[in-house]
Design a binder for this molecule. Sequence first.
Ligand SMILES: Nc1ncnc2c1ncn2[C@@H]1O[C@H](COP(=O)(O)OP(=O)(O)OP(=O)(O)O)[C@@H](O)[C@H]1O
Ligand SMILES: [Mg+2]
Length: 149
Amino acid sequence: MDAIELRGITKTFGRVTALHDLNLSVRAGELTALLGPNGAGKTTAISLMLGLAAPSSGQVSVLGGNPRRDDVRRRMGSMPQESALPAALTVREAVALFARFYPTPLPVEQALALADLTGVATRRAGTLSGGKSAAWPLRWPPWATPTCC
Ligand SMILES: Nc1ncnc2c1ncn2[C@@H]1O[C@H](COP(=O)(O)OP(=O)(O)OP(=O)(O)O)[C@@H](O)[C@H]1O
Ligand SMILES: [Mg+2]
């Protein structure tokens, strides 16, 4: 079973065809980069893999199931380009809050240590420097302990 399988995917937005007959397979443990010019459909393809949108036609399978299903989503990790930090929470509080969205998260202290954030754990998220903010565990997949990749 491939970790990610896209079969004959077409995605349209009104008159715009963002993806046309896309086929893509990613095996467990494989590192894959999607490259292409602006508007090529990279973000659209990743949205489909994450179950954030449904294809207009074709089939998407992640870890053997439909990523629109909650039980499949809970086994996935993703790192968004941008993340809206809850500025009023401390770093530790925010990590603890988001960890509860997952059935088997990394322990909070371990996630903080891995992201080199232990020293700022009591700071409010909104006061972090750009660099520390970029190291935010919410943007970092391992803390959610995804099934693979
Ligand atoms: N929600 C939407 N509504 C309408 N059109 C959309 C929507 N999302 C994407 N598109 C269109 O689909 C096409 C593919 O967009 P997409 O964002 O997937 O490209 P991309 O490869 O990620 O581009 P970039 O490199 O600029 O990030 C573009 O023409 C875009 O305008
Ligand atoms: Mg994009």
